[in-house]
Write a new protein. Structure first.
Lengths: 257, 273, 273, 257
């Protein structure tokens, strides 16, 4: 780790760089929202951010706490109904990238946000699917960002809320009208991508100062590493400054009332 | 044709024990005042429908009003769990509740289909998800033109839908503005509907394609200023993000929750006509 | 991402011979200027889709651009027949055209389904009507929940949709206001789209739930002041009911029609970039 | 006939009286629009008029020439998209009465607006179905108004564009979620209603001065008369005055540009 930036800043900046200028991006709340707005405020001013509350092309000045904060509507190009959002915009194929978080992800990039344990007798009940199950199949591709730990990166999720590549990596094969699915997972340690053949998540880039052992230790399956592993480029000063200002503004705003 | 009633009378007339009730509002315009009135009137065995249960259903479930929940995302947005919902699901307190779980896309389409008078909604949904394994209301059909397999869910047709909006005119026509969610669909899909509004005005004073729900598809309009707090009403007051954060420790603890309910709902007699 | 093009260049680039083209606008905002440009560029073998063919398709059909028409009401509103359409259907002049005929409800649902990325639309439609006997694209499915028999039609996915609207901002975001018809659906359902506008402005200056089509779902925006005449643009100019009445004798007569076309379309070179 | 009013005024006034105050009415262009607006301007000020262009609860000052005149939008409570109109309002069951015209109607109240002759080789091609086919089945009931003649009142229509009671009167039997269908037909000679059992159109009221022979002569099948036939009440002066003013305003308006 550097003293110039934290591991979570490294994660957010790397996630933000995944978005290209001009992409249309369906934004999940939390880390994805932070990364997507950082992208908009730095290298991708024309990225189009869409939240499932119906707010199209929104430019929030502070990060929303919920998916439907007033800020999102006030700064949007327009706001459509939620049925229209899911029918015309998500299912209609108008979105390039879905940017998701998750509680659990497994080696085939399946996401679990439903529960830990058994469905009829859960150990922990989580919020559920929300917009993710269809976002994962109807958008062009999916980026996922979450913190790396054995608790979140598991061999097999307890419940496939949102499909990555299925229990055996083949869930998207021969399915018509389906997106590419998860193409990268950005954590605080590394970047993973699905193997071209098996679809198993594979480390393709390590953040500076992070060792293979750290990743192996934090992953709940025998994680593979690509033949050529890059070192993830570090955040630049401007990105860090913009991110810190954004988080400070957000903090002030949400503690107000 | 919409009748102007007090919130007490509207809930008393249209929300029966055992009814299927949808209170909608996607983060914005959540009908908290109406939800509290339902709690105060001790309605029981309700089937509660809502895409995002939010604190309003956490409170209704904790107060023992619900026997079943149909939903697609049950959390405290940006904060964490709905602890009253979890306590009911995980430990049966104050009573166990049945849950029927969808994705947002499916519920949005099901409300849309309900408003459209159809028995089902069709969507390209649930591909690869385990949700169809635990929800027997999710079926699949083959498109007769392309052969593509598509998901089908029953439309939502509540006994009563309750929503909050900015304003009504004297005829009970209602303007909903900002994040409009599935409120119009909820009202149109329901057998009966109650709309609470910030204010009643002479003229909605709006634009040609505004989201206006005509009075003749609404049963009752009740004036309830601040009726969406701690959620928000675009143009009137902001969301109390602080309340959402403060809710977490209250909801984690049965006693703290019960005390909160006594003080903030039961003790707070709703306005009568 | 929308590109600002001259109407000439937009039509030249996106309307190919043999293409499936939807020009929409329900009485209001009918894209006549764009239709005339298609006639001037002598596009041929088009499959024309439109709920209400109106004079614009009467002119395109009379000019020999169409090989097929998909529609649900083909008249001169409040006046009578579309005589060029009738002449093509009844006598094959200037060429015979195939027709595929729906009801408004089915076409509206088919545009909606196209925008929603679905292969089909489901509706409670065509009960007792002879239309399914003459349109093999109307099928029926049984609801897997209730057993009710419902109509199914293929969604509409044009190669190119062309609509007219009030204004675009500098990024190509378009405001449609008033009777919005199926224009947004037509644009979103199509592979490519051209929007003509009365004017390009710095700021759409509108309300939170306006019908705005973002520039990134549009291919080309072309400025075409008066581009909906003789239909109308809400906020800009009224419908020329007189023109609609005057059209009747022109369209009844092949020679009168051809002369009208020469004088008002062919002789009137469209603005180039 | 009276000298106080014309046969067509008798027809319009009678049709307008069929609408009750507070009814929601889906209005077809032409005679239905005239009758519905007369109702709104006389005995039914709270009748809700809906046109298929998406204009909800409209109060036009002049009669529209088309179903989507600007006047309809400018005086409406709000205007929705055409898909919403057909999905939420018509199919959603929000409309009490559909008010239709037709080119041909037969003894089971089936309507033809498609063509005269054979479909593949039409003698006369008519405009087609438009909104009528679903209006006829999704609204609570249907009123039809058109001028009486052998050419329009035929034994069997050439094409059932819009179902009344089908070719044999049974088309609505045991069909779920279907409206009552045509409950009255108002012509310039009489009012007809479907027989309760057979659904065959039967004269229930003759306009003042009209004879049975006139109706028989103008009808393309052996028309039956109800056991008790009323005389249709005559227009009152106020109705005639309002109707004539409405038509004069309309005439002036439509000849302007």
């Amino acid at each position: 780790m550097s003293e110039r930036y934290s591991a979570s800043e490294m994660m957010t900046v790397t996630a933000s760089r995944a978005l290209a200028n001009g992409n249309t991006c369906f934004v999940g709340i939390g880390l994805p929202s932070e990364a997507a707005n950082l992208a908009r405020l730095t290298h991708a001013p024309d990225v189009v951010l869409i939240y499932e509350s119906g707010t199209l092309q929104t430019r929030p000045d502070v990060l929303p706490l919920s998916i439907g904060d007033g800020e999102l509507c006030e700064t949007a190009l327009t706001t459509v109904s939620v049925p229209e959002m899911f029918r015309y915009w998500v299912q209609g194929g108008q979105i390039d990238v879905g940017f998701l978080g998750a509680a659990q992800v497994d080696k085939y990039a399946n996401l679990n946000t439903t529960l830990i344990g058994d469905y009829d007798n859960p150990k922990v009940r989580l919020p559920g699917g929300g917009g993710a199950p269809e976002m994962a199949t109807c958008t062009g591709e999916i980026f996922i960002t979450l913190k790396h730990s054995k608790r979140t990166f598991v061999d097999e999720v307890d419940f496939v809320t949102t499909v990555g590549f299925g229990r055996d990596g083949t869930a998207r094969d021969n399915v018509p009208n389906i997106g590419k699915g998860p193409t990268r997972i950005i954590t605080d340690l590394c970047v993973m991508q699905p193997d071209a053949d098996t679809k198993e998540l594979t480390v393709t880039s390590l953040h500076p100062g992070v060792t293979r052992e750290q990743v192996i230790e934090a992953t709940g399956w025998e994680i593979r590493f690509a033949d050529d592993i890059d070192e993830t480029p570090v955040p630049d000063d401007h990105e860090l400054e913009v991110l810190r200002e954004l988080k400070a503004r957000t903090e002030r705003h949400h503690s107000e009332a | 044709m919409a009748e102007f009633l007090s919130l007490h009378d509207a809930v008393s007339r249209y929300v029966a024990d055992g009814a299927t009730v949808a209170m909608e509002g996607f983060t914005h315009l959540i009908p908290f005042a109406a939800g509290h009135e339902v709690i105060r009137q001790k309605k029981r065995d309700l089937t509660l429908i809502r895409m995002t249960p939010d604190l309003i259903y956490d409170q209704l479930i904790g107060a023992g009003c619900a026997k079943k929940l149909i939903f697609s995302w049950g959390g405290n947005p940006g904060v964490g769990s709905l602890h009253r919902l979890r306590d009911a699901v995980e430990h049966g307190w104050p009573n166990s509740i049945e849950i029927l779980e969808h994705s947002h896309a499916a519920m949005a389409c099901a409300f849309e289909a309900g408003a459209a008078g159809l028995p089902l909604a069709i969507l390209r949904g649930y591909i690869g998800s385990d949700l169809p394994k635990v929800n027997d209301q999710i079926k699949f059909i083959d498109c007769p033109f392309t052969g593509e397999r598509l998901a089908a869910v029953p439309s939502i047709r509540p006994d009563v839908s309750i929503v909050h909006a900015q304003k009504a005119d004297r005829h009970g026509n209602v303007l909903v503005e900002g994040i409009v969610g599935v409120q119009k669909e909820a009202v149109m899909a329901a057998r009966h509907s109650i709309v609470t509004v910030e204010e009643v005005v002479d003229d909605l004073d709006t634009h040609p394609n505004a989201c206006v729900i005509p009075g003749w598809v609404i049963d009752a309009v009740a004036e309830a200023p601040g009726g969406a707090k701690p959620s928000y009403t675009h143009g009137y007051y902001p969301r109390s993000n602080k309340f959402y954060k403060d809710w977490d420790p209250i909801a984690r603890d049965r006693e703290a929750f019960s005390a909160w309910l006594d003080e903030n709902v039961y003790a707070n007699e709703g306005a009568k006509a």
